[in-house]
Design a protein around this ligand. Structure first.
Ligand code: ADP
Ligand code: MG
Length: 570
């Protein structure tokens, strides 16, 4: 095919004026402009169908980004994320709705507070590529050729001009983002060397605007974080230099304090410390080890042959808890399964908040032990297992617990939140535990027990729906629709972006096709998928060069697999 230019595209679109919508199919292809190349990969079938997929490539020698803006993985991700935000902002300014359905739309993935590896902007050795969608304009089902030419040959080039060229960007904010993300990655990498599982920098702003607005509470309303002296640690960040803050050591940490004093806010910041945050977020230097998993009760979920016997045994009617199955888990069985599955997926830190835990899973006090003897209570409470998790499996726990002082006995560190400020009350808590000995008996037994590997069966993952062999999509951060089945992820709190769910859905299919051979275990499959993504980027999941994927962890891939209601394991 002869090489076509943007001018050719314009002429083509003008000729389509008034034709039926299907005639747009003819514009799929590649078009050169002096500074970039436009790829129209897929044209929508009608104005209401999912919008058309488009890519724009700019060669580095034209884009002019200094190599130090993308020389390492950390920097490349931060740059691509920055460019996505810039593109989204300019697109929002120039796009105008002008006809039926999606007519006139120009949209790229819309990042939140987290800096994530995404496929919306891809940076290779040769070029920078932005992937987005456009709604090709129509009135009814008649093509609006002039408007289409305006959209693709004027507006898109304008957005590209203002986003993919270094000279057009605000250098200071660009470098701030790159250097901040690099520092945060470095800091996260340092935690194990210092025996820490999390770090919260002094001056951090942890509270958010609201339950549905993830931006920081405005400066004048928020109390900045300040570490207690005894937990204070220092780091010399590669770019920013000296930073101080609270280091949370490995082991068992309690966060105590009165209601509404900031306990959950601290834990929420820690659970999202697995991600980097944009400058100005307030949590730029709140970092947590990458395998940290939030654990909560999730009654109603399905469980497929999970060995929850460390926590639950002797169920009524002799139900097996070493290969426990249910279509409708209770609060405590769901929480037990969530822990075992997290361990199976490699978690080295568990995060629990009493607000979302099942009480009977967490504690069983002396009086209750007297009234209901151990042989009539299937649950071994978490309090009797939390130390074994650390000593036998090297798994630390951070637990928000304002309601039971029994936990003083099993904690290494106790942090009290008082009026949004943390205090180290470990010594006090230990003294109280000494003075008022808990009369309860330990019910934890000799050891935690082994995590038994499970082998998932490929045929139990069916992505087909109607005439489609593969139909996978996402509903915000709440659910993946996998073929005919919805995977409810609303209780998987560390998912922050719809792009992660799109990618996880695709990764389930990828794992099924490549690695589920009836022998490999869940852990092995997770590892193989993540290694492929590490090597080839998220595009390994999908050959269509989609722009709507964002990176996820093996822990969330496992969470989705485990919540697929059709899953069967050997
Ligand atoms: P707890 O879990 O101790 O009951 P929360 O963490 O839910 O308390 O916090 C209670 C309220 O206080 C929330 O509305 C939260 O946004 C706000 N808050 C938390 N930390 C701060 C802070 N550092 N500065 C100002 N407000 C805060
Ligand atoms: Mg709370």
């Amino acid at each position: 095919m002869a090489e076509r230019t943007i001018a050719d595209l314009e002429a083509l679109l003008l000729r389509l004026e008034g034709k039926g919508y299907k005639a747009y199919k003819g514009v799929e292809g590649v078009y050169r402009a002096p500074t970039f190349t436009l790829f129209i990969d897929h044209v929508q079938g009608d104005p209401f169908a999912p919008p058309s997929r488009v890519r724009v490539q700019v060669e580095h020698r034209k884009a002019g980004f200094p190599p130090d803006t993308y020389s390492t993985k950390s920097r490349r991700i931060a740059l691509a994320d920055f460019l996505t935000r810039q593109f989204a902002a300019v697109a929002e300014r120039v796009e105008e709705h002008l006809g039926t359905g999606h007519s006139g739309l120009i949209a790229i993935d819309r990042p939140g507070q987290e800096i994530l590896e995404r496929t919306s902007v891809v940076i290779t050795e040769e070029y920078i590529e932005a992937r987005f969608v456009v709604g090709l304009p129509a009135r009814g089902r008649r093509i609006l050729g002039k408007e289409a030419a305006e959209l693709l040959c004027r507006k898109v080039p304008k957005i590209v001009e203002e986003t993919l060229f270094f000279s057009k960007l605000d250098r200071r904010s660009l470098y701030l983002q790159i250097l901040t993300a690099e520092d945060a990655d470095w800091l996260r990498g340092q935690l194990p060397k210092r025996g820490l599982v999390a770090f919260v920098a002094d001056g951090s702003i942890l509270p958010r605007r609201s339950g549905i607005d993830d931006r920081p509470l405005p400066q004048e309303k928020a109390i900045p974080f300040r570490s207690p002296e005894s937990l204070k640690v220092e780091f010399h960040l590669p770019n920013r230099g000296l930073i101080k803050g609270m280091g949370i050591p490995e082991g068992v940490t309690l966060i105590v304090g009165g209601g509404y004093h900031g306990k959950s806010t601290l834990l929420n910041a820690i659970q999202l410390g697995i991600y980097n945050h944009i400058p100005g977020d307030g949590r730029e230097f709140v970092v947590t080890i990458p395998s940290a998993v939030k654990i909560r009760a999730e009654d109603g979920r399905r469980i497929e042959k999970v060995d929850i016997s460390p926590f639950i045994s002797n169920l009524p009617f002799g139900q097996d808890t070493t290969r426990f199955c249910t279509e409708n888990a209770s609060g405590s069985t769901s929480q037990a399964a969530n822990i075992i599955e997290a361990l199976e997926a490699g978690a080295k830190l568990l995060l629990l908040d009493e607000d979302t835990c099942a009480t009977n899973f967490m504690v069983r006090d002396h009086r209750m032990q007297e009234l209901i003897s151990k042989d009539k209570e299937p649950i071994t409470p978490f309090i009797d297992k939390v130390r074994q998790l650390y000593s036998e499996h090297g798994v630390s726990t951070i637990l928000v617990m304002g309601g039971s002082g029994d936990y003083f006995d099993v904690a290494d560190t106790v942090i009290a939140m008082i009026e949004y400020r943390p205090y180290d009350v470990t010594a006090e808590a230990k003294a109280i535990a000494e003075k008022y000995k808990a009369e309860r008996k330990n019910e934890g037994g000799e050891s935690f027990g082994q995590i038994k590997p499970r082998v998932p069966l490929a045929w139990s993952l069916d992505p087909s729906k109607g005439k489609y062999e593969v139909k996978i999509t996402a509903k915000g951060t709440r659910a993946i629709v996998f073929g005919r089945h919805e995977i409810d992820l609303s209780a998987v709190e560390q998912l922050v972006h719809p792009g992660q769910l799109h990618a996880i859905g695709q990764a389930l299919y990828y794992a099924r096709e490549r690695y589920m051979d009836g022998r490999r275990t869940v852990a092995e499959i997770l590892k193989l998928v993540m290694e492929d993504i590490e090597r080839g980027g998220l595009d390994v999941l999908d050959s269509r060069l989609m722009g709507h994927y964002a990176i996820f962890r093996p822990q969330e891939l496992a969470a989705a697999l485990n919540r697929l209601r059709t899953l069967k394991v050997k």
